[in-house]
Design a protein around this ligand. Sequence first.
Ligand code: ADP
Ligand code: MG
Length: 254
Amino acid sequence: MSNQLEIKNLTANIGDKPILKDFNLTIPKGEVHALMGPNGTGKSTLAKVIAGHEDYEVTSGEILVDGENILGMEPDEISHAGVFLAFQYPMEIPGVSIANFIRAALQARMEEGETFDAPAYYRELYEKMDLLQMDRKFTSRSLNEGFSGGEKKRCEILQMSMLEPTYCIMDETDSGLDIDALKVVSNGVNLMRGEDRGILVITHYQRLLEYIVPDQVHVMWDGAIVQSGDKELAIELEAKGYEWVKNELATAGA
Ligand code: ADP
Ligand code: MG
């Protein structure tokens, strides 16, 4: 099938330490999947490996974007292939404004001979900033420099909504958000839901999933998905804690 993001038998190390262990996940277009799990289980590693981060050594597996293997591609090529990663800890880039950063990203993927329509760009940028309740003064501020946690996350969603990727991966977009910011950010994500887009929401807590209701929930443990279900699984997990999954695995003899 080509209309999906497919992660197949992915094994990846940092140095000699295996982090992802035969990891499998498929996200079809039109669906939102949540990936949950305790800290240190490999969620951010997965996101970074998909985005082509150079620190990780992939020893086996495939990552297929609409049928095309993106493993081994450079991060900008992966972005061109339609994958966007919103980082758990967004980088600060002093001296580069948000407006120029997003503009450069859009221009980088223009065809030869195409011209950039600046007025249309700013119209759209301001529209989306309004939706995310971001002050317009943010357009001229250096990317993420001195931003609060909530401001950084809004900025990530702004980039995502301007770049309109086919597959979005959001790594703990909820961390550091108060309830109002959480609602705004969730609203931004919900507006991006659609038939032509697959979304993976990585989160430690169930709270975000009250606002972004996933089609499927997966629980990750020690580098692999150990359980999948619908949104009820997230609620059960919140009530029983991750120890419950561990105990279930132990009784299953895993
Ligand atoms: P999660 O996002 O689920 O909390 P991570 O993917 O961040 O988990 O981390 C998984 C494991 O990999 C942890 O044991 C962590 O210490 C280790 N790890 C992650 N990044 C690095 C790194 N750059 N160098 C060494 N170990 C790392
Ligand atoms: Mg993480």
